[in-house]
Design a protein around this ligand. Structure first.
Ligand SMILES: Nc1ncnc2c1ncn2[C@@H]1O[C@H](COP(=O)(O)OP(=O)(O)OP(=O)(O)O)[C@@H](O)[C@H]1O
Ligand SMILES: [Mg+2]
Length: 429
């Protein structure tokens, strides 16, 4: 069976080289009776691989069972796998067949094999080498013909070195290793997988599937996906259920994956030289986009400050003409020409103007005493845009007595953005 047919039949989405390589190995090894070790982190799709191998093997009409070796205590796992006799232990009122007996001719998938207790590892080795096992409480050696597929999300060789996993079993199991790649190692598959999960959800609930805008796609492709496909599926379902719009923006996506930015940006410096990897291209791309957005935000913020200053009759100095604005008497009245100069200078100087960074902003609150400068409040400008933003948000909220809708309108941002920022800055509102 060829690769495309297998993908269609088993609902495997993706076309990256590492995934295709793993699938080809599975297809090749399926018709043999060889033991397979599927290696990969949690959620990459190891179980899907075990089902593919069984279904493409000569045992496909026989039974298949998946057992999680990490989920059961040693004695329970022993009796599940090998069975027990009547009275083998207190409460064993009847004889029980284990899976190696009842699945004779079929396939057993032993998931999390690295968690298998040492004593059982020895019995498993006996099944693998001689096709023999003994029920708990019995002396009789029985025969079985079961194909064993195993999977692990830990480094088994490390476990061998630490004495936690038998070396002989390790070599016996890893006759044919299949490495299932991490989702972040195949960024080109991420969006297709998302679309698949979104349309499955839409079909189930009879709605239109959600889509991601360009920036949201980039964000999705650059996230590190520690939970791999399982995490992606959960996120796609959450957004499908909770999103207010069908076209999801990066901003909205961030509400569902709050770590999406933090986790990837530090990796940029490490990976910027790997031209062979598509992901560095995507990372650069997203960094540019976010820098651009940040610059736009900064522009908006500056217009906002100006607008706020105007509507509230606040005084603002021209940073280029007042190198020492702490001398209050030197501050001229704010007029429209000053505002133009201010805007012009701000834009020209953008991020890197040292002077710009160190000049304090002076806000003149309207005075009731008639003296224009008597209630002047001097604030050392923080170097951080975030601090300024927080300050404006607090002021807008106070002005509108905590009414977010009006505060957001005044700030020129959406209510949703305001809500996110209130949470981000932990502002009491
Ligand atoms: N290539 C793929 N295309 C579409 N869906 C996939 C693909 N691979 C895995 N899935 C889906 O992702 C989810 C996680 O897969 P699976 O349970 O096989 O992961 P796993 O590697 O066994 O994880 P764990 O180590 O935590 O048991 C499942 O819902 C599975 O159907
Ligand atoms: Mg699994």
């Amino acid at each position: 069976m060829n690769l495309q047919t297998v993908k269609q039949r088993f609902g495997i989405i993706g076309n990256s080289a590492s995934l295709n390589h793993a699938l080809k190995t599975a297809i090749q090894v399926a018709p043999t009776d060889l033991t397979v070790l599927i290696v990969g982190a949690s959620g990459v799709g190891k179980e899907s691989f075990s089902k593919i191998i069984h279904s493409l093997s000569g045992r496909k009409h026989q039974n298949f069972i998946a057992i999680n070796c990490g989920a059961l205590p040693e004695s329970t796992l022993y009796s599940e796998l090998f069975g027990h006799t009547k009275n083998a232990f207190t409460g064993a009122t009847t004889e029980r067949k284990g899976y190696f007996e009842s699945l004779n001719g079929g396939t057993i998938f032993l998931d999390e094999i690295g968690e298998m207790p040492q004593r059982l590892q020895q019995f498993l080795l006996r099944v693998l080498e001689h096709g023999e096992f003994v029920k708990m409480g019995s002396n009789k050696v029985e025969k079985t013909d079961v194909r064993i597929i195993t999977a692990t999300n830990i480094n088994l060789l490390e476990a061998v070195k630490k004495g936690k996993f038998r070396e002989d079993l390790y070599y016996r199991l890893s006759t044919v290793p299949i490495k299932v790649p991490l989702l972040k190692e195949r960024p080109m598959d991420i969006h297709i997988l998302f679309r698949k999960f979104a349309s499955e959800f839409a079909e189930r609930y009879k709605t239109d599937p959600i889509r991601l805008d360009e920036k949201a796609q980039l964000l999705l492709e650059n996230y590190s996906w520690p939970g791999n496909i399982r995490e992606l599926k959960n996120i796609a379902e959450q957004i499908s259920a909770l999103s207010e719009t069908k076209l999801v923006s990066a901003e909205e996506l961030l509400e569902f994956i709050p770590n999406a930015l933090n986790r990837n940006l530090p990796a940029l410096t490490n990976q910027s030289n790997k031209s062979s990897d598509n992901s560095s291209f995507y990372e650069r791309e997203i960094l540019y986009k976010f820098l651009y957005e940040m610059k736009k935000d900064l522009g908006d913020l500056k217009s906002l400050i100006t607008e706020l200053a105007q509507t509230n009759n606040l005084q603002m100095p021209n940073p280029t003409t007042h190198s020492n604005p702490s001398t209050l008497s030197s501050i001229p009245t704010f007029n429209s020409q000053d505002q133009k100069d201010f805007e012009q200078n701000e834009y020209d100087n953008s991020f890197d103007d040292e002077h710009n960074k160190t000049s304090p902003i002076i806000i003149n609150t309207p005075s009731t005493s008639g003296n224009k400068f008597s209630d002047v409040e001097e604030i050392e400008e923080s170097l951080s845009i975030e601090d300024m933003e927080q300050e404006l948000i607090k002021k807008a909220l106070t002005k509108h007595k905590g009414r977010r809708k009006e505060a957001a309108k005044e700030l020129g941002i959406s209510e949703r953005t305001l809500y996110r920022k209130i949470r981000q800055y932990e502002i009491d509102s």
